[in-house]
Structure formats: C-alpha cells, structure tokens
Design a protein around this ligand. Structure first.
Ligand code: PCA
Length: 212
C-alpha cells in the first residue's frame, strides 16, 4: 500500500488564514484512495515544522511526500524544483525565530532537487484549467526549509520521493489587490499533484526552463 504524506501550513505573518492548509483539508475530505493519504498541517516555525515533519516520516514511512505552502503574490500553482540549504528569514516565524544565513541542515549539500515529476505535475494542472508553472526558488523561509528537510530524510530512505508545491492566495483568503485563484482550483491542483506523483514517477520531457 502506497502511503503519501500531504502537508500544508498554518497561517503566519499575522494572516488569519493559509490557503495551503485549507487545500490539504479539502483534498483529504474528498480522498477515496486507493493509496493511504496522511495529512498534516505544519506550524510555521522552522524548528517545530522540521521536527513534526521528521516525526511524521518516521511514524508513517511514506513513499511520497507532497508538502505545500502559501506563496502570496504568485498567480499560479508552482511545483518547486529545488530546495536550498539556507534559512534567511525576512520576518520572524510563528515561534519568533528569525535565522540569518543559517543552513537548514548543517553539513548538508547546497541544494536538493525535488524528486517528484514537477514538469508533469505543472502540465497536468494546466490541462485541468488551473494556471501552473515549475518554480526554481522556494524562497528562504519555512517552506524551503521543509522541502529541504523532506529531501534530507529521503536521502537516507531509498525509494522515498519528495517535493513541494507553492500555492497562491485563494479568492476568499486573499488580501485586497493580491492575485488569487478559487479555493476549489487550488485543492484540485493539489489533488492532481498527488495523483501525478503516484502515477508518473518519470518526469515529462518538456522544458520548464526560464531565461531569467
Ligand atoms: N508559506 C511560507 C511559510 C509557510 C507558508 O505557507 C513560505 O513560503 O516559506
């Protein structure tokens, strides 16, 4: 039985809501298998999020980890291609921590690539009518850290594949003038990401490169 760990985040930075956590809840409510889906809403704290993620992986031994978080200001759903070994926080996390140029994992490689088929995921989401594109930076805050920590766990667990999907604001959670997508489209995109992660272990042979 394939086990998938699907995570979103709590609100942060003074916001009342986080569409990533809400999308995870939608996906879980509608999930009808056949794989086992383990959901989690992680705290927006570098230390607590990493600790919970490692504990969940240890407890459930998932073959696939799809983590997600909010990238307010983005217009599309963006599967992330790379996590860097850097914590450089522009704002304090929810526990008040604000690391400056610290590694996510001391002694770890500079970066890990997602091992989910990010191009195929973006393509499938677009084909479902929801804007999506591969992203080449997950930032340097808690989302990048969680993506890096998931990949760090996978480096010691043969066969485990990990990745991260940043989502825009949903229409009912967005601040005034911020770009958004309907909440049901974000949940649908996350469901597709999980489905493709399970069904298409090889990535699509199409470019997702950017010129800048
Ligand atoms: N987004 C933040 C952290 C939690 C979230 O949902 C980020 O992109 O790092």
């Amino acid at each position: 039985m394939v086990t998938i760990l699907l995570t979103g985040f709590e609100p942060f930075g003074g916001d009342a809501r986080n569409p990533s956590g809400e999308a995870v809840e939608h996906v879980v409510r509608a999930w009808d298998g056949p794989e086992r889906l383990v959901p989690a809403i992680l705290p927006v704290s570098f230390d607590a999020a990493a600790e919970q993620l490692r504990a969940l992986i240890g407890e459930h031994d998932p073959q696939i980890v799809v983590a997600s978080g909010l990238a307010g200001g983005r217009t599309q759903v963006t599967p992330e291609r790379v996590a860097i070994n850097l914590r450089d926080a522009r704002i304090p996390d929810n526990a008040g921590a604000q690391p400056l140029d610290e590694p996510s994992v001391a002694g770890g490689p500079a970066a890990y690539f997602a091992t989910l088929p990010v191009k195929a995921i973006a393509q499938a989401i677009r084909e479902a009518g929801v804007p999506a594109a591969v992203s080449h930076t997950a930032g340097t805050f808690v989302c990048n850290h969680v993506m890096y920590v998931a990949a760090d766990e996978a480096s010691r667990r043969p066969g485990m594949r990990t990745g991260f999907v940043h989502v825009p604001w949903s229409a009912d959670t967005a601040p005034a003038d911020a770009p958004s997508l309907p909440a049901r489209d974000i949940a649908h995109a996350l469901r597709i990401a999980v489905r493709i992660a399970v069904d298409a272990p090889a990535d699509a042979a199409v470019t997702a490169g950017t010129l800048h």
